[in-house]
Design a protein around this ligand. Structure first.
Ligand code: SF4
Length: 327
């Protein structure tokens, strides 16, 4: 029998390289249904901590949610104008912030939390969970979001994209089900928007809300790998596969208002395939069963003094817990 496929995601691999303990918590919360455990059980606590968001990631998530909302509306023939979307951004961020501040995320099931205009209100902010000051956090996030949305509407590519989602033979907006296999691993193409005009090409968009241009540059190893993981979906899918040189990406940064066009080649594909294969071989040996993994033997980050204070898992990581004995 062929061995079971393991899941590969560029970010999971990055987390493992950064801190094995953090990767362990990620694995644990996928494997163990921590939310079914009593409040104080370490699995339940790890599950709740996994959901925490830093303020920068929250702003980025809001941006992605709002842009996807605007694109779905355009696709349905109900375009949203700039002022309406920016106002919605204020209202949604207010609703999410209030949800997080109330602590209602504890014990909540994300999918069952009420939405606001069809957008999620679930939020668990790192700052709220760890009792940090949040004065002006909401207002600062709203101002950032407002600028980013204004930059998006001012971007040359925005009207083109609105036209594409309406007219393309297929437009994938934050799709969930684009799955393919490569080198013994299963990958999900969680792209922001994918456009198939119907002429044998595939074009996708990725939003990068980093203030640091170096971080969001498509030449960076992490971004490059992530984009390639998306680009290979139309190439490796079983129906109407395309050649890789027919796939292009646009990376748009709403912080700077700049865009980059990215193309892919077979050499990049081959190197990525090797990397995914190595990960697929390694992963089953890393975290096999709860009883097999001795948490204290796992390596922490290179610089704990710098990294651990910002880590969502620090509350459970710093405690003496015999993780391998838990049931
Ligand atoms: S608190 Fe530090 S050691 Fe523990 S999981 Fe987080 S980054 Fe790793």
């Amino acid at each position: 029998m062929a061995p079971a496929l393991v899941d590969y995601s560029p970010s999971a691999e990055q987390t493992y390289r950064f801190c094995q303990k953090k990767a362990y918590f990620g694995w644990l919360t996928r494997k163990k249904q921590g939310w079914r455990k009593p409040e104080k059980h370490p699995w339940r606590r790890a599950h709740e901590l996994k959901q925490l968001k830093h303020r920068a990631a929250w702003a980025g998530d809001l941006y992605h949610q709002l842009v996807a909302h605007a694109l779905r509306a355009a696709q349905a023939g109900r375009p949203i104008d700039q002022a309406t979307l920016r106002e919605l951004a204020r209202q949604l961020s207010t609703a999410q912030f209030a949800f997080s501040a109330s602590g209602a995320y504890r014990g909540a099931t994300k999918s069952k939390v009420a939405d606001y205009c069809g957008l999620p209100t679930f939020l668990a902010l790192f700052d709220h969970a760890y009792g940090l000051p949040t004065d002006s956090l909401l207002e600062a996030t709203q101002d950032r979001l407002d600028r980013w949305l204004a930059n998006t509407f001012a971007w040359d590519g925005w009207p083109t994209l609105l036209r594409q989602v309406r007219r393309a033979s297929a437009a994938h907006i934050e799709p969930e089900g684009l799955v393919y296999t490569l080198a013994g691993a299963r990958l999900r193409a969680r792209l922001d928007v994918g456009i198939e005009p119907g002429d044998g090409t595939f074009h996708f968009y990725d939003w990068k809300c980093y203030g640091d241009p170096e971080r969001s540059a498509a030449s960076g190893r992490g971004v490059r790998r992530q984009l390639l993981a998306y680009a290979l979906w139309p190439v490796l899918r079983s129906v109407r596969p395309l050649a890789l040189d027919r796939v292009t990406a646009t990376v748009f940064n709403p912080v700077s208002g700049e865009e980059e066009t990215v193309r892919f080649d077979d050499a990049g594909h081959a190197a990525f395939e090797l990397e995914v294969g190595r990960w697929a071989d390694l992963q089953p040996q890393l975290f096999s069963a709860i009883t097999e993994v001795h948490f204290d033997d796992l390596q922490g980050p290179y610089d704990p003094a710098r990294s651990c204070p910002h880590c969502p898992f620090k509350a459970v990581c710093g405690e003496e817990i015999a993780w391998h004995e838990l049931t």
